[in-house]
Ligand binder design. Structure first.
Ligand SMILES: [Zn+2]
Length: 309
C-alpha cells in the first residue's frame, strides 16, 4: 500500500498570495475560500504510521496541523510520524519548511548534492542539528530506501532522476554553492511501495516533457505533475510579472507542447497537477481552463486530498 496526502498544491506564494489582487487571489480571500491552497508538498507512507514529506513548504506548520496523519502519537510527550523529508529542488517553497522542524525530533533530509550544498551554504539551516537531523545525499538514477529514525527500513523505494529545469531563483546570476557543472537542481522522483510494487511519479518542476520522460511515465498508476502556469506568458499578460513559465523552468499546462498534450495517451492511472500558481485560471472552479484539464483526465487537488495505491 502506498498512501499519498497532498498537503498543498499551490506554487510559491500560495492561494491567496499575501500581496496579490489577481482574480483567483481575490476570490480565495472573499467568497471562495475553497480556492485556497497552501504551497506544494506531499506526504507519503507505506505503513500509515511513518511518513516522508516530499519538499517542506513555507506552509508546513499549517499543513501538519491540518493533516491528522502527521500529528504526534497519543500518549507521547514529543513525537512526530514524519521520518524524513525528500527535497526535489532548493527553491524557497521547497526548503523553507525545514526551519519549522527545528524542535529536536529526529528525521533525515534526502537531497541531491547541489541542494545539500545550498543548505550548507545557508547557515540558518544549522538550526537542524546534525545530532537529530541527518543529511543524506541522493544519487541520480540510483534507487534507495529511506529509513525510519530507529534505522528500520521504510518499505519505500525512491528513485531520483533529473528533469529539465533550473536552479533556484535566488541563485540566478550568482555562484551556485554546489558548482555550476551538471544537473541535480531539479529532480523527479519515482516512489514505489516495495511490498505491493505500486508506484507514483512526482515532478513539481519540469520545463519540458522529453521522449525519455514520456517513456518513464507511461503506464504509471499515479503522476503528480508541474502545473505552475496555464499558458507560458500568463504572468506577463496579467501584468503580474516579467517571467515566462519557461523562464522559471516550468512547462505550461496548455498548448501543443504543454503538459496536458504531452502526457495524453500514456495510459497513466491518475494525473494530478501540483505547484499551481495563483495566476493559473485552472484554479477557478468552473472555468473553461479547468474544464479542459478535467476533461483530459487531470485533477486539481485540494489540500488534504488522500490517495491510496
Ligand atoms: Zn494572485
Amino acid at each position: 500500500m502506498l498512501r499519498v496526502v497532498v498537503l498543498g498544491a499551490a506554487a510559491g506564494g500560495g492561494v491567496p498570495q499575501w500581496n496579490c489582487g489577481c482574480p483567483v487571489c481575490r476570490a480565495a480571500r472573499g467568497d471562495h475560500p475553497e480556492f485556497r491552497s497552501t504551497q506544494a508538498s506531499v506526504a507519503i507512507s507505506a505503513d500509515g504510521d511513518h511518513w516522508f514529506l516530499i519538499n517542506a513548504s513555507p506552509d508546513l506548520r499549517q499543513q501538519v496541523l491540518a493533516a491528522p496523519q502527521l500529528h504526534p502519537k497519543a500518549g507521547l510527550l514529543r513525537h512526530s510520524p514524519i521520518a524524513g523529508v525528500i527535497l526535489t529542488n532548493g527553491e524557497i517553497d521547497a526548503v523553507t519548511g525545514l526551519l519549522s522542524m527545528r524542535e529536536g525530533s529526529p528525521f533525515t533530509v534526502y537531497a541531491h548534492a547541489k541542494v545539500l550544498a545550498v543548505l550548507k551554504a545557508n547557515s540558518i539551516f544549522n538550526v537542524l542539528s546534525e545530532k537529530n537531523v541527518r543529511r543524506e545525499q541522493m544519487e541520480l538514477d540510483r534507487p534507495f530506501e529511506p529509513t525510519l529514525p530507529d534505522g528500520a527500513p521504510s518499505g519505500i523505494e525512491v528513485l531520483p532522476f533529473t528533469v529539465p529545469g533550473k536552479a533556484a531563483w535566488y541563485l540566478e546570476g550568482k555562484v551556485h554553492p554546489g558548482g555550476s557543472d551538471g544537473t541535480g537542481d531539479t529532480l523527479g522522483l519515482r516512489i514505489r511501495d516495495k511490498a505491493s510494487g505500486k508506484y507514483l511519479y512526482f515532478l513539481a518542476a519540469c520545463a519540458e516533457v522529453t521522449d525519455d520522460l514520456k517513456s518513464r511515465l507511461a503506464g504509471a498508476p499515479l503522476v503528480l505533475f508541474d502545473g505552475t502556469v496555464w499558458r507560458d506568458d500568463e504572468l506577463i499578460v496579467a501584468g503580474l510579472g516579467t517571467k515566462t513559465g519557461q523562464g522559471m523552468g516550468h512547462i505550461a499546462m496548455s498548448g501543443e507542447r504543454g503538459a496536458i498534450e504531452a502526457l495524453a495517451g500514456l495510459d497513466i492511472g491518475q494525473k494530478l497537477f501540483l505547484h499551481i500558481n495563483n495566476s493559473n485560471p485552472a484554479l477557478l472552479h468552473g472555468s473553461a481552463e479547468r474544464k479542459i484539464a478535467e476533461s483530459a483526465g487531470w485533477q486539481i487537488p485540494s489540500d488534504g486530498t488522500e490517495i491510496v495505491l
